[in-house]
Design a protein around this ligand. Sequence first.
Ligand SMILES: [Zn+2]
Length: 85
Amino acid sequence: MSRETVTRHSCHNCGGDVAVKKNVAEKAYYTCDHCGFKAQHTWQRSSDAYLSKIAPTPAPTQAPKATPAPTPAPANRRSAGTILG
Ligand SMILES: [Zn+2]
């Protein structure tokens, strides 16, 4: 059974297009169809970092926009230098 492609990336060896997949342990790996190079993560955190780097999550968690702080009313400035008449 072939694993589902998570994303596509370039081969670290030849630069060719590769299908990055996850193994049963949910760690990223790929086998390059162009040069046969194989790469597989053995640490979960490095696999997650790799995937988040090359394929940002499609549904980004958007932080709610901070409501801008109300701007303080401008001080009643006197216009200096206005010469009338
Ligand atoms: Zn390759």
